[in-house]
Design a protein around this ligand. Structure first.
Ligand code: AMP
Ligand code: ZN
Length: 120
């Protein structure tokens, strides 16, 4: 399926539409999961909404269903990547101070090393 409401200048819409080459980890009707290009852990997967949702502050209508679906994929992918037993981290960065650099909703799935709190 092509991205819903594709935005010409959106990096992740291009990835959803396969206009950029990426390593696809998983794909279904609503989501695509890819390897992060700059991994911050031995496992660093991005679970990306196929619908262009700019971020958590922009949810509307049925978006919560998409977000819920994407979150529910994280344990499945964590098991497939072999990081579920040791533990893993799911992160959504929002806005400038939240560290968001791509304005298209995605969840970071990180594992393969310990993480600490506070996150810094
Ligand atoms: P965020 O900073 O939370 O918006 O996350 C954006 C993520 O996208 C960062 O971890 C980047 O390393 C990653 N990223 C940027 N461009 C690409 C790309 N072409 N393929 C895969 N990951 C990318
Ligand atoms: Zn987009």
């Amino acid at each position: 399926m092509e991205s819903v409401h594709p935005e010409d200048d959106c990096l992740f819409c291009k990835i959803v539409d396969k206009r950029l080459p990426v390593g696809v980890v998983y794909e279904d009707e609503f989501a695509i999961a890819i390897e992060d290009i700059r991994p911050q852990a031995p496992v660093h997967v991005l679970i990306i909404s196929k619908k262009h949702i700019s971020g958590l502050l922009d949810l509307e209508g049925e978006d919560e269903l998409y977000i819920g679906h994407l979150f529910a994929l994280s344990p499945k992918l964590a098991r497939e990547k072999g990081i579920s037993e040791a533990g893993f981290r799911t992160v959504v960065n929002s806005g400038k101070w939240g560290g968001q650099t791509v304005s298209h909703f995605h969840i970071h799935l990180l594992g393969g090393r310990p993480f600490f709190w506070p996150p810094g």
